[in-house]
Design a binder for this molecule. Structure first.
Ligand code: FES
Ligand code: MG
Length: 586
């Protein structure tokens, strides 16, 4: 009884200090406090851990055996916990919906916004003072950052890290090679047996895709936004450095809570512009566009599709990494990772932008060296002057479409050709291998109804495989246009995110086989050479496709998803509801 009295006094004393958010639960007396504390004690957590001297730090974990890129996150979380405990916080780990890029049907992108809602509500509803987001595979990063942004607590990101470089018969390979293997097998150059060999050496360690695909792009995005410790993006998942970074991030979040350093202090317009510039220098994924727009939307920061073109311009490609270049994330790490890229951009970036360290991005990165100029080029001798994301407009995509010039063929950047239109993915699959399909290398392949509403979910099919008869001539690229996305590991002269998407009407919905299309990347133009009268006539005959379902999340998604040029978030999720919850549960 004496001890209980001591705890009671202790609790009352702590409550007199400036209350932590978590004390809105654990600091209560009476019935509510009894309930909130006793169930935590049940887990072996002594009451003194909960009474306000320590911040309660949530570790938001996307571990799942259905998300193989994040399969090491239970172990990683233990290192975050050590750091939190060392710095005087108390860690509590919790799961949120995890999105496995490779297995989820019809596409993990359909669920990004759902996972963001899970994250947002899980953070807000619980007794947390700060949050560590454990993200890895493509969609797990934007979904967690979007959700956390709508709550705005002190938040830090720990990425899972890329996997080690793969091997195929002695050669180095990565997920980018999937597209090459696929075309080689479709044209009969390699056998199913070869594909089995590739399969056994492609993904040979913990971690996400080991090139500058979407997952690594997202890890670089959080680092350049200032949401992670410097160096977060490149450390391979199996490297000891990843565990150390997790530990240090655990220490950092406790400091952030003490200093009340919130996401809104970090995610400013300057931070978003920095991220766009860094993304250009690394040859980041086209998916960067849609995710950054969605995060900005949650923060209430004005960011337009045009900003990606505007702030990429004049930034050369420094990272010689697949799919725009030659090397792998493992090599990028050995060369120094993202910090020497950021340091080299110091004349362009907003160096004063605040980061999770409480220091500016300029200060964080001022001392890092580049150990390999073959992998990270010097800014005065860039790997490729073409970089970033170009935004194309014209009557084929009135509100914009995008192309990644560094992953495209220079000779196709200005090209006029006849459209070969596939009305949807099934139409494409049914026709593409047909030797009678009227198509050659000068044709422009157009794939409709793979946008957010049309599919639904906007899958990564924009880099559609070429027809076998074109591949047989040794041709590896053609102009391809769709309202869908492309894997961050993909490449080619691929125009993506055409808006308004086909399912919304607009000219993209009525383009027909045989129409002439004119692409001019330098002039930022994508035009359908068909008269306005003809287009008006076609549009009058066009019928909006019905929603595939009237129930569940998918029906909500189809009704409320915005177009790709706005970030493809659900319209009612834009903005921030803060962290306050005024009502108790009992
Ligand atoms: Fe998870 Fe590529 S499949 S990052
Ligand atoms: Mg992907």
């Amino acid at each position: 009884p004496g001890k209980a009295l001591f705890f009671a006094q202790n609790i009352t004393q702590k409550m007199k200090k400036k209350e932590r958010r978590s004390q809105g639960w654990f600091g209560k007396t009476g019935k509510d406090g009894l309930i909130y504390r006793s169930w935590f004690r049940k887990q072996g957590i002594p009451t003194h851990e909960l009474t306000g001297s320590k911040p309660i730090i949530g570790i938001c974990n996307t571990w799942s055996e259905l998300t193989p890129c994040n399969s090491h996150f239970r172990e990683l979380a233990e290192f975050v916990k050590k750091g939190i405990l060392e710095a005087g916080g108390y860690p509590v780990e919790f799961p949120v919906m995890s999105l496995g890029e490779t297995v989820m049907k019809p596409t993990a992108m359909l669920y990004r916004n759902l996972a963001s809602m899970d994250t947002e509500e899980s953070i807000r509803a619980n007794p947390l003072d700060g949050v560590v987001l454990l993200c890895g595979c493509d969609k797990t990063t934007p979904s967690l950052v979007m959700g956390a942004a709508s709550v705005n607590l002190p938040t830090i990101v720990v990425s899972g890290g890329p996997m080690l470089t793969g091997r195929y018969r002695g050669a180095e390979i990565s997920t980018s090679d999937i597209w090459r293997f696929s075309e080689d097998s479709r044209s009969g150059k390699i056998s199913q047996e070869d594909l089995y060999v590739a399969e056994s050496g492609l993904c040979r360690s913990d971690g996400h895709c080991g090139v500058m695909g979407t997952a690594s792009t997202m890890a670089c995005m959080v680092e350049s936004l200032g949401l992670s410790l410097p160096g977060n993006a490149a450390i391979p998942a199996p490297d000891t450095g990843r565990k150390i970074l997790a530990h240090m991030s655990g220490m950092e979040i406790v400091k952030m809570v003490e200093n009340d350093l919130k996401l809104s202090d970090i995610l400013t317009r300057e931070a978003f512009e920095n991220a766009i510039m860094v993304n250009a220098a690394i040859g980041g994924s086209t998916n960067f566009v849609i995710h950054l727009l969605a995060i900005a939307g949650r923060m209430g920061v004005e960011l337009d599709l045009e900003d990606f073109d505007k702030y990429s311009a004049g930034i050369p490609l420094l990272a010689n990494l697949q799919p725009s270049g030659k090397y792998f994330m493992e090599d990028f790490y050995y060369a120094g990772g993202l910090p020497p890229v950021i340091r080299q951009l110091k004349d362009k970036l907003h160096n004063g932008a605040l980061t999770v360290t409480g220091q500016s991005i300029g200060k964080n990165n001022e001392k890092f060296e580049n150990y390999n100029k073959e992998v990270i080029a010097a800014i005065d001798e860039p790997f490729n002057p073409l970089s970033g994301i170009v935004v194309l407009k014209g009557n084929l995509c009135e509100t914009g479409s995008i192309i990644k010039p560094s992953a495209a063929s220079p000779e196709l950047m200005k090209h006029t050709g006849k459209a070969v239109v596939f009305e949807d993915i099934d139409d494409y699959k049914n026709k593409i291998d047909d030797p009678d399909l009227d198509i050659d290398e000068n044709s422009i392949m157009v794939l409709k109804n793979v946008g957010p509403r049309g599919y639904p979910g906007m899958p990564e099919v924009g880099n559609m495989g070429l027809p076998p008869k074109v591949l047989a001539k040794g041709i590896k690229d053609m102009v391809r246009i769709s309202d869908g996305r492309m894997s961050g590991t993909g490449f080619g002269t691929v125009i993506l995110h055409a808006t308004p998407e086909a399912a919304e009407g607009g000219n993209f919905a009525v383009v027909q086989t045989g129409d002439e299309i004119e692409l001019d990347v330098e002039a930022r133009k994508l035009n359908l050479l068909v008269s306005d009268e003809e287009l008006t006539k076609r549009k009058a005959a066009w019928k909006k496709p019905a929603s595939p379902t009237e129930r569940g999340y998918v029906s909500l998604y189809v009704k409320t998803v915005e177009q790709a040029n706005l970030g493809a978030d659900l319209d009612f999720l834009k903005g921030n509801s803060g962290s306050e919850v005024t009502k108790d549960s009992h």
